[in-house]
Design a protein around this ligand. Structure first.
Ligand SMILES: *[C@@H]1O[C@H](CO)[C@@H](O)[C@H](O)[C@H]1NC(C)=O
Ligand SMILES: *[C@@H]1O[C@H](CO)[C@@H](O)[C@H](O)[C@H]1NC(C)=O
Ligand SMILES: *[C@@H]1O[C@H](CO)[C@@H](O)[C@H](O)[C@H]1NC(C)=O
Length: 634
């Protein structure tokens, strides 16, 4: 039998098995939880307080004459300016779905904003749309609007007002989040949460107003696009009781996820192993049975227990998407990419990269076969998910020790040289700034240097996740990071500063457009910068590499390391979001949730569950972003 046929048959067989029986999923490691506010015990209390506090419900900053006109017919769902709105999405500034990269320590918070876009690109993108006929997207979304025809100059006036208020409101909110994250205590946390709620409420009010503007006669595409983005506010659009339920479902699922513990395999009395402990085991253990135990138990304690809640969330999330005039949540998630055929485009892009991945996969399989033996790892089968050094098999970086092509020819680490040359955290930022300035990009503004937090301050707890901040006023930009003098942090400093460069470049745009060109673009720019900075040649330019490392073994090891981290991650993230798109749009019913997950994982990553699975399991639910309902791509 020809090899391809055998592989094909095997895959078919494996797929059938995983669908009929049972297997389990993956989880997350260095994730900085964007929903942390929601896990706080004060949340319900604050929500209650918020709903009764007139401060959040009055003080509408929009022009009164226009407001009166728009609010003369109240929307039955809530109505402009009604008080007593019980709460809204309290995810930090929302909205920006943290990217997949998130796990690896670069959760970035760009000020906030819903899905926005850079103006120039946006023009180019708009040209991609077919002219009206095959459904002009903006029009499609506004089709059923109630009918207030305003002249374009009136609309421009409203948008200008919204722009000013939105920048102010955003600034207030981001300041509160910053104060909390750089000085963690109960007082600051409650304040951060309150501001988050107030900002969501502001966005929802803007939505209500924009919702009522008739867009049929608007010819200016920029204007239309602004209105469309302002009208899209996500789950905050839900009526209060439903929104409450939505938030509670996510809280409950995250509570399960965040409190799950597992018992030790050898010592069943040693329980209480948390995800961070399990991640270490997954990364370091080479004991097949131990890894399998940890994998199975994590999936049992998280995914399985989350499934019923997730089923409810899918309905509610789709309902919210419909209130935003999307057919379902998958359309809402794809909306900011502004293309008609996102799913196919993603799949096509992956197919171009796949041949390289297949080589990596075959090579790693050979190494794992050498280690675990041919009875455990077949010559042709997909790889079992539990031996890849990561709970979810999403990055294989942790098994470099057993796979590196040229042992001893270490890929570059300039940390010792940095220490020897007396680098400090501040020096790292100065060198990064020089890097950007040398490419004719901006120097960091004065506020950056005076207000950023580069190091932990004794006696002041800081959330150390590196992040870049846009304070929405065109002046104030900061980085928060507990920087250590290491090569890894040095690259991260460049990564974060690249976000600031992007902020600076779009700061003149309307607030609603001050964001990445699409949800993936901010990270893409920063990652491109990181890649070029970490290049051995650049390290040589900086005088951090003194010996020559420009030989084949060093270069191969360096590239191999990158591939084990970044290449393996692509099919994983694609599977995670394809799976959810298929669920949200109804293609996959709940009887096939787990089965479909493993179909995708096998087809895209060539990874299978270590043991048989069934629909009692809910393996994708063991990955943070599923219970948190945060998109992964972008
Ligand atoms: C969405 O559709 C509903 C009814 O189909 C309509 O009342 C509402 O105004 C629309 N909203 C937007 C933003 O288009
Ligand atoms: C930290 O927060 C508390 C409470 O808001 C505040 O009193 C204190 O001054 C803050 N500390 C610093 C250094 O900002
Ligand atoms: C550097 O940027 C400025 C504007 O920011 C531009 O006028 C100038 O031409 C650029 N120089 C080069 C060498 O690209």
């Amino acid at each position: 039998m020809d090899v391809n046929v055998r592989i094909f048959l095997f895959l078919v067989f494996a797929t059938i098995v995983s669908c009929d029986r049972v297997t389990s999923p993956d989880s997350d490691s260095y994730y900085v939880d964007p929903n942390r506010y929601s896990q706080n015990q004060h949340v319900q209390e604050v929500l209650r307080k918020y709903s009764q506090d007139p401060r959040y419900n009055s003080n509408n900053p929009l022009p009164q004459d226009i407001l009166d006109k728009l609010s003369s017919t109240p929307d039955p769902r809530y109505g402009v300016g009604t008080g007593n709105y019980a709460g809204s999405s309290y995810r930090p500034n929302r909205p920006y779905p943290p990217s997949g990269r998130v796990d690896i320590a670069n959760v970035d918070r760009y000020g906030n904003s819903q899905f926005g876009t850079n103006n120039d690109r946006n023009r180019q993108r708009y040209d991609v749309y077919p002219e009206p006929g095959r459904g002009d997207p903006p029009r499609q979304y506004f089709e059923n609007d109630p009918q207030y025809s305003l002249r374009e100059d009136e609309i421009i006036k409203i948008l200008a007002q919204i722009d000013i208020s939105a920048s102010q409101q955003c600034n207030i909110n981001v300041r509160a989040q910053w104060d909390f994250e750089t000085n963690v205590n109960d007082v600051n946390q409650i304040r951060a949460l309150e501001q988050q709620l107030a900002y969501s409420e502001f966005q929802r009010r803007v939505h209500n107003i924009v919702d009522k503007i008739d867009k049929w006669d608007i010819r200016d595409r920029d204007l239309l696009r602004q209105l469309r983005y302002l009208a899209t506010v996500g789950p905050s659009v839900l009526p209060p009781d439903q929104l409450n339920r939505y938030n509670r479902l996510i809280n409950d699922m995250l509570a399960i996820y965040n409190t799950a513990t597992v018992c030790d395999q050898e010592d069943p009395l040693k329980c209480g192993l948390r995800l961070e402990d399990l991640n270490l085991i997954m990364a370091r253990s080479r004991d097949w049975d131990e890894l399998q135990h940890v994998w199975i138990e994590w999936h049992r304690k998280t995914g399985q227990k989350i499934k019923e809640l997730y089923v409810q969330l899918v309905d509610l999330s789709n309902y919210a998407a419909q209130l935003n005039n999307f057919t379902d949540t998958s359309e809402y998630w794809m909306f900011p990419f502004e293309t008609y055929d996102f799913r196919n485009e993603m799949e096509k892009a992956w197919n171009q990269i796949k041949p390289l991945y297949e080589q990596l996969h075959a090579y790693v399989r050979r190494k794992l076969r050498d280690l675990y033996g041919p009875e455990k790892i077949s010559r042709e089968a997909p790889l079992p998910a539990h031996i890849l050094g990561n709970m979810w098999g999403q990055s294989w970086e942790n098994i470099l020790d057993i796979t590196i092509p040229y042992p001893g020819k270490n890929f570059l680490d300039v940390t010792p040289e940095m220490l020897k040359q007396g680098y400090t955290p501040e020096a790292m930022y100065r060198v990064a700034e020089e890097f950007f300035v040398s490419m004719n990009m901006s120097a960091m503004p004065p506020e950056f240097w005076s207000k950023s937090v580069f190091e932990e301050v004794p006696g002041r707890p800081v959330i150390c996740q590196p992040s870049a901040w846009d304070f929405c006023n065109g002046i104030d930009y900061r980085i928060k990071m507990c920087t250590h003098v290491t090569m890894k942090d040095f690259i991260t400093v460049h990564h974060e500063m690249a976000h600031i460069q992007y902020f600076l470049n779009y700061k003149k745009l309307p607030k609603v457009f001050r964001d990445g060109a699409n949800p993936g673009f901010h990270e893409a720019i920063s990652e491109a910068i990181s890649l070029s900075v970490s290049n051995p040649k650049h390290m040589q330019t900086l005088g951090l590499v003194l010996t020559s490392v420009d030989d084949i073994p060093h270069n191969i090891n360096f590239l191999f390391h990158l591939a084990m981290d970044k290449l393996t991650f692509l099919p994983f993230s694609l599977a995670l979001d394809m799976w959810r798109w298929d669920i949200f749009n109804g293609y996959t019913r709940k009887e096939r949730y787990n089965c479909h997950w493993w179909d995708l994982r096998e087809r895209l990553s060539g990874v299978k569950p270590p043991v048989l699975r069934s629909e009692t399991d809910f393996d994708p639910g063991s990955k943070y972003h599923v219970p948190a309902n945060i998109p992964y791509i972008g």
